[in-house]
Write a protein that binds this ligand. Structure first.
Ligand SMILES: C[S@@+](CC[C@H](N)C(=O)[O-])C[C@H]1O[C@@H](n2cnc3c(N)ncnc32)[C@H](O)[C@@H]1O
Length: 217
């Protein structure tokens, strides 16, 4: 399974890259994430980042919104780096785990954020991943998904010939269900804050609200 590969040599390679990304200007979508969170009626109190890598996004969000945060990632290298580099360790928790099996109880978070990780997840896990996010997200909470956002599903080689990245519209994992409503969407590019001209490389940031009963008329 692909998820196991992320806790090996690949996880080590990836976490080294992520440390550079977090401290460089190539912080894809972070500005747009903050702008989107600022539109919420209330600041988040407890954020879960799924696929947090070295935790730089979560660290920053926890600082800005003065909230608690939990980050999970299959890579023990990334999680170790997150614990070492976090400046808000009393408010943050980092755990080795995968998106399809979240070690948290029901309704634990008011914001669940997929931090550019769904494109790397095993396809057979997608239903479990949606179900786990739904389980830990409280009613009236929000999901944010930062990921590739292509019109058609695309599979590309990743890292070595055994692994793949998968591009699609990940809001579909939730928005078929009237419990989830798309509140906001921004299209991004890997390389700049401008719109992406190559439709197969398009990145999307979705803000989705969970309302268990209010949407039923
Ligand atoms: C592109 S990095 C993003 C890291 C960080 N969220 C960011 O935006 O910089 C993708 C992360 O997803 C993690 N990942 C891969 N498979 C996963 C899975 N099944 N569940 C959760 N995270 C996974 C990888 O280990 C990696 O740290």
């Amino acid at each position: 399974m692909q998820k196991e590969e992320f806790n090996s040599e690949l996880g080590e390679w990836y976490s080294r890259r992520l440390i550079e990304v977090g401290s460089s200007k190539k912080r894809i979508g972070q500005e747009q994430i903050i702008t989107m969170i600022n539109t919420l009626p209330e600041c988040p109190k407890r954020i879960l980042e799924i696929g947090c890598g070295t935790g730089w996004r979560l660290n920053e969000l926890s600082e800005i919104y003065q909230c608690e945060g939990v980050g999970i990632d299959p890579s023990s290298h990334a999680i170790e780096a997150a614990k070492k580099t976090s400046t808000r360790i009393s408010k943050l928790q980092f755990e080795v785990a995968t998106a399809d099996l979240l070690p948290f109880s029901e309704n634990s978070f008011d914001l669940v954020f997929f931090g550019f990780s769904l494109f790397l997840c095993d396809r057979k896990d997608l239903f479990k991943i949606a179900s786990e996010a739904d389980r830990v997200l409280s009613d009236n909470g929000y999901l944010m998904i930062l990921d590739f956002n292509t019109f058609k599903p695309l599979k590309r080689k990743f890292y070595n010939s055994k692994l793949f990245s998968y591009k699609m519209d990940y809001s579909k994992l939730f928005c078929w269900n009237p419990v989830y409503t798309l509140m906001s969407f921004t299209s991004l590019s890997h390389h700049s804050n401008r719109l992406c001209s190559d439709i197969d490389e398009r990145i999307g940031l979705h803000l989705i609200k969970k309302e268990l009963y209010q949407t039923w008329k």
